[in-house]
Design a protein around this ligand. Structure first.
Ligand code: G3P
Ligand code: MG
Length: 254
């Protein structure tokens, strides 16, 4: 079970793959994280116009590809023509947008655990939660550990709960943690909560942990801060620093 005391996943999670060293949310970035020894990866998933789950952070294509406009206006076949690597550097020119299917194949082959962040295009919250969770339960059915599902969208988490209640869910929180966090987690039957590093302190982590929720903090890029968070009882952190922070740095902590 995924509880604070029995956290079965690695403590360090590669954010968006190795999403700064390589183009975020591509197979190249996931492979690079693996090459640095990371055994767990976080990536963002949304739907193409024809309902195919693909990896992309923003609603639009502008920042991380050579195209413009909403990803949800393109079919998967159209998205597959776009270059999602060249913006980062010539080494990665031509890198395609990965499907969730391709990422499952790659990570499961390499023994890498996954945190699937459900990142719906605005207005697509329910369909994205439902489609991603349905596919995830099929693709990971023989995996040693289930993928963790997370989202800032409560509507997406609710839809995921309805189709795949057995997959562990965490509510992502950006900015200050609302006073009613516990009621929100209960309603969505979450196993965990993923608060914003800029709004976390020792008391909050202890309260979340004693309420029975795993705590995974984003995004943490220095080891002193990681040490403090783990001392307070955090289970995991998401990091961009996959080249400079060894993935097993904190494995000997209790
Ligand atoms: O899941 C942790 C983190 O990825 C949440 O923020 O914007 O990087 O998706 P963002
Ligand atoms: Mg994310």
């Amino acid at each position: 079970p995924v509880t604070p005391a029995t956290w079965p996943y690695p403590r360090l999670i590669a954010h968006r793959g190795a999403g700064r060293l390589a183009p975020e949310n591509t197979l190249a970035s996931i492979r690079l994280g693996t090459r640095h020894g990371y055994r767990m990866v976080e990536f963002d998933v949304k739907l193409s116009q024809d309902g195919v789950p693909v990896l992309l952070h923003d609603d639009t294509l502008d920042r991380t590809s050579n195209a413009q406009g909403l990803a949800s206006d393109r079919s998967y076949a159209q998205l597959a023509e776009i270059d999602f690597g060249g913006w980062h550097g010539a080494t990665y020119a031509g890198e395609p947008i990965p499907t969730l299917y391709a990422v499952a194949a790659s990570t499961l082959t390499n023994g890498v655990h996954s945190n699937i962040e459900i990142k719906p295009t605005t207005g697509d919250e329910e369909a994205t939660g439902r489609t991603v969770a349905e596919l995830a339960r099929k693709l990971w059915r023989h995996a040693p550990l289930p993928p963790l599902l997370s989202s800032f969208s409560e509507a997406s988490l609710e839809a995921a709960m309805q189709v795949a209640p057995e997959l562990p869910r965490a509510l992502l929180i950006e900015g200050p943690v609302p006073d009613d966090w516990q009621a929100r987690l209960e309603r969505l039957q979450c196993t965990g909560v993923n608060p914003d590093n800029r709004h976390v302190d020792a008391n909050l982590v202890r309260a979340m942990r004693s309420a029975g929720y795993t705590v995974s903090v984003w995004t943490v890029n220095d080891t002193e801060r990681m040490r403090a968070l783990f001392d307070w009882g955090c289970n995991a952190v998401f990091t961009d620093e996959v080249a400079s922070i060894a993935p097993t740095s904190f494995d000997l902590l209790p």
